[in-house]
Design a protein around this ligand. Structure first.
Ligand code: ZN
Length: 346
């Protein structure tokens, strides 16, 4: 048994502080609001993402992003010291001592560039990595009229895509499917699908744990071409992009209303399960108990308590905590909604 050992057992009652590396696009106020944290005097408006339980680093832009626990231990070191306590035996034997997941809060202070992420197969062949990046957006806050874009509505020939990428004008965004979103929506974005997030949303984002992005739109954000194309030849990088079409029927299968879950249930379509799980826990008719699992827990509404074999703690909207597998089953009480962001089932 590892539940009396160091890091994993203590983490059950430890909240994570915001971890907001500087990015190339604006945002961050909604993250601070949600977390209930004052902006520090050096807040520069370019801290749009809070990397939660992160063992991943930025591909460029300084290489930050790894989570540091209270006391100064970097998360990869904590995981290495007690992998079975954090993740359980089944996870460790299947995936090793890593969460296989990157979770973020993301506040779009401006529209993000049109970009896509490679699939696992592409990453294995060309980027020397077992992970691609399928991602999912769980919308927590949305300004009226907020929109995201996913997939080309018509099929684009390789030359047509290359031409759009060369032109760096509005036609690239216009080629995508616009999807209006409000708080309570969720959208799964399969690897390869080009996408953009419009201004004015706070999302909880689950991703495969890499920072590989093909920045189809790069000029407007002054991104280096090497950064934009992952250091690959442009035509090879563009082969990782799904040329479409992404049909309305297919888009329907990628969407879900996480806010409709009562008791406990998935925030995402079943298709997401191969990459990550996002379980909504919302007691409506009494306490809810869910199985032991490593989880980055984000409390999205209300307040209540969270109990494990390590004790009971009060939780409220904006809290973020890492709950290790060794904490056992988790019982949630009160008028509270939380989302457990978890690796795939081993
Ligand atoms: Zn993305």
């Amino acid at each position: 048994m590892t539940d009396t050992s160091t890091g994993a057992a203590q983490a059950a009652t430890a909240s994570l502080a915001p971890n907001t590396p500087r990015r190339f696009y604006r945002g961050g106020e909604r993250v601070l609001d949600f977390r209930g944290v004052e902006a520090t005097s050096d807040f520069d408006g370019y801290r749009p993402e809070d990397w939660i339980g992160s063992t991943a680093r930025l591909f460029a832009e300084g290489g930050g992003g790894v989570t540091t626990l209270e006391g100064g231990v970097e998360l990869p070191d904590a995981f290495a010291a007690d992998a079975e306590g954090w993740f359980g035996t089944a996870h460790v034997s299947r995936f090793g001592g890593d969460p296989n997941l990157l979770t973020k809060l993301l506040d779009s202070g401006e529209r993000l560039p049109v970009h896509s992420h490679p699939s696992r197969e592409f990453a294995m062949s060309h980027l020397d990595c077992d992970h691609g990046k399928t991602e999912a957006w769980i919308v927590l806050v949305a300004e009226p009229g907020a929109t995201v874009w996913v997939g080309f509505h018509d099929e684009l020939a390789p030359e047509a895509l290359a031409e759009l990428v060369d032109a760096q004008d509005d036609r690239l965004l216009a080629a995508l499917n616009p999807i209006p979103v409000s708080a309570g929506d969720a959208v799964l974005v399969p690897a390869g699908q080009p996408h953009a997030i419009g201004q004015g949303v706070l999302i909880l984002e689950l991703q495969e744990p890499t920072d590989f992005s093909v920045m189809l739109e790069h000029e407007r954000f002054a991104l280096e071409l090497d950064h934009a194309f992952l250091g690959l030849d442009r035509s090879l990088a563009l082969q990782s992009v799904d040329h479409g079409p992404l049909t309305p029927d297919r888009i329907t299968t990628l969407r879900r209303r996480w806010a409709d879950v009562e008791g406990s249930g998935s925030a995402l379509p079943t298709e997401a399960d191969a990459y990550f799980r996002a379980q909504v826990v919302r007691p409506v008719t009494g306490d809810v108990t869910v199985d032991a699992a490593y989880a980055a827990v984000v409390v999205v509404d209300g307040s209540g308590t969270l109990s494990t074999r390590h004790g009971t703690r009060r939780i409220a909207a904006g809290d973020v905590l890492l709950v290790p597998h060794c904490a056992g089953d988790v019982t949630v009480s009160g008028e509270v909604t939380l989302i457990r962001c978890m690796p795939p089932t081993p």
